[in-house]
Design a protein around this ligand. Structure first.
Ligand SMILES: *[C@@H]1O[C@H](CO)[C@@H](O)[C@H](O)[C@H]1NC(C)=O
Ligand SMILES: *[C@@H]1O[C@H](CO)[C@@H](O)[C@H](O)[C@H]1NC(C)=O
Ligand SMILES: *[C@@H]1O[C@H](CO)[C@@H](O)[C@H](O)[C@H]1NC(C)=O
Ligand SMILES: *[C@@H]1O[C@H](CO)[C@@H](O)[C@H](O)[C@H]1NC(C)=O
Length: 468
């Protein structure tokens, strides 16, 4: 019944599109609104807002809004997060039962500029640091929220995946500053970090030992060539990780990014191409990772994307995200300039951020905790790139005064639906919350939709109890 409601509203929205107003447009029923904000002259950021059909009206328990921040850098929230992870429709435009609209309104953005449908008229305008991205996002929020009193009543939760975590914590601080100075009319509900790249150093150190423990690499690696026969892969991994650590400490972030690429290559060859997003899989098998371009050099992505398309569906056919976003969805949205290709500038976004890519953002998490903001960290068990092992390592580096108690308290098991099987564990102390999600890789909402949705309900204290 609820699904047919969604289908109906999508049909209605396709049929009766309102005329364009002020660089934005919406469906006749008002359930979806989208537009561009010129965050700096000639830098255009695209956003898409979905109002939940489950929305309740209770001023004591206001309906929450989720801002979803995709990683990459350069992966599109409007495309990947929306159609492949949590939005109302999948890439076949079929309803998604586990859509996060069940618990919140959803705001997707193509961030930073240059990603997805966002574009810059001059490539010098691409952002070079996380803070530049955060400033653009704050400008976007001011544009969307300050002129809409009904939105201001809803608390905004920033939920980030992968590299998006670095934008989320810098945006959290930048938004709080704008709220304090009265520039932004918004209530920040909290921040959730899902398999996020908060401390690159801790992740690169985790890869070798983790993959060794789960039998995916061996001390001797694979005998790929004559030359590598005598190489000790564990030693190479730890030497490279140590090199990366020193480069980060010396502030040589571009060099650290290059060494990171080198370490990825070593892991790939010594593991017979493990999937960095799920160590149970081989590279190219995870249905989301390749189109999502999460934390991967574009060359690597291109090498595998044809393989992925052949797995998912016929390239150019139904279900192919590129064709979808540059075809049917672009037509529906109406306001995308004809010369703007979805994903056309995405490759450049990663390169522009090369100097900030390896910079840690643990201090920003500490600042948010000190300000009393609710911070939730969740991590998929099978993730490699942003492994749970690495996440635990950076959490232990927090200077926050609640850390010791947090580390000492016991975890609570998580179940989902009627199943009596352990799906994860959680613990909370004051404003820090942690979820260990079993049976999931990097893309938690895709691998464990039921757990992810219940968790979202807890994070946002959503007025509706989850129904799946
Ligand atoms: C702003 O508020 C109105 C209700 O007053 C709503 O219909 C509209 O969709 C909102 N704008 C956005 C961007 O959601
Ligand atoms: C090893 O090296 C030799 C000489 O360089 C070469 O002829 C041979 O094909 C190589 N073997 C493998 C398995 O690569
Ligand atoms: C943080 O989350 C808890 C629920 O986990 C809630 O009771 C509390 O009010 C939240 N704090 C803030 C500042 O939003
Ligand atoms: C969707 O969720 C409902 C419970 O809300 C469940 O009964 C139904 O089987 C689910 N449908 C699919 C296709 O998973």
């Amino acid at each position: 019944m609820e699904n047919s409601h969604i289908i109906l509203s999508v049909l209605v929205s396709l049929l009766f599109l309102n005329p364009i107003f002020h660089g934005a447009a919406r469906t006749e029923d008002g359930s979806e609104t989208w537009g561009y904000v010129e965050v700096r002259p000639k830098a255009h950021m695209f956003w898409w807002y979905y109002k939940s059909p489950y929305r309740t009206q209770d001023s004591n328990n206001p309906w929450p809004i989720i801002l979803w921040l995709q990683g990459g850098p350069g992966a599109s929230g409007v495309g990947i997060g929306n159609f492949e992870e949590v939005g109302p429709l999948d890439t076949f435009l079929k309803p998604r039962n586990s859509t996060w609209l069940r618990e919140a309104d959803l705001l997707f953005v193509d961030n930073p500029v240059g990603t997805g449908y966002s574009y810059v008229e001059d490539t010098n305008l691409l952002v070079k640091t996380d803070y530049e991205a955060a400033n653009d996002l704050t400008t976007l929020l001011i544009d969307i929220f300050d002129k809409n009193e009904s939105l201001q009543k809803s608390p905004l939760y920033i939920v980030a995946e992968s590299y998006g975590g670095k934008y989320a914590v810098t945006l959290g601080l930048s938004a709080l500053k704008a709220i304090e100075t009265g520039k932004l009319k918004l209530k920040l509900g909290g921040i959730a970090l899902g398999d996020t790249w908060i401390s690159p150093e801790d992740f690169v150190f985790s890869w070798g030992p983790l993959l060794k423990d789960v039998s995916r690499i061996d001390k001797n690696g694979l005998l790929k060539s004559n030359r590598s026969t005598f190489l000790d892969f564990s030693a190479i991994c730890s030497n490279l990780a140590e090199q990366i650590k020193q480069q980060i400490e010396a502030g040589k972030f571009v060099e650290a990014t290059d060494s990171w690429g080198e370490l990825e290559d070593v892991i790939t060859s010594s593991s017979n191409s493990v999937d960095f997003y799920n160590f149970l899989l081989d590279s190219g098998m995870d249905p989301v990772s390749l189109t999502a371009s999460e934390l991967s050099k574009q060359i690597g992505i291109k090498r595998y994307s044809r393989y992925l398309n052949s797995l998912r569906s016929t390239p150019g056919g139904e279900g192919d995200i590129n064709s979808l976003m540059n075809g049917e969805i672009k037509k529906k949205l109406q306001i995308i300039p004809t010369n703007v290709q979805w994903g056309g500038q995405s490759d450049l976004v990663f390169t522009a951020l090369e100097g900030d890519f390896m910079r840690p953002r643990i201090d920003e998490v500490d600042e948010l905790l000190a300000k009393g903001v609710n911070v939730t960290v969740y991590n998929g068990q099978f993730d490699v790139i942003c492994s749970t092992k690495g996440t635990e390592a950076w959490v232990e580096k927090l200077k926050w005064d609640g850390l010791k108690t947090f580390l000492d308290i016991e975890r609570t098991p998580i179940y989902c639906g009627n199943e009596k099987i352990t799906k994860g564990f959680t613990k909370s102390y004051r404003n820090l919350h942690f979820y260990w999600i079993l049976g999931a890789g990097h893309f938690v909402p895709v691998d464990q939709p039921c757990v992810a949705l219940n968790m979202l309900g807890d994070i946002t204290q959503s007025p509706v109890a989850s129904t799946i």
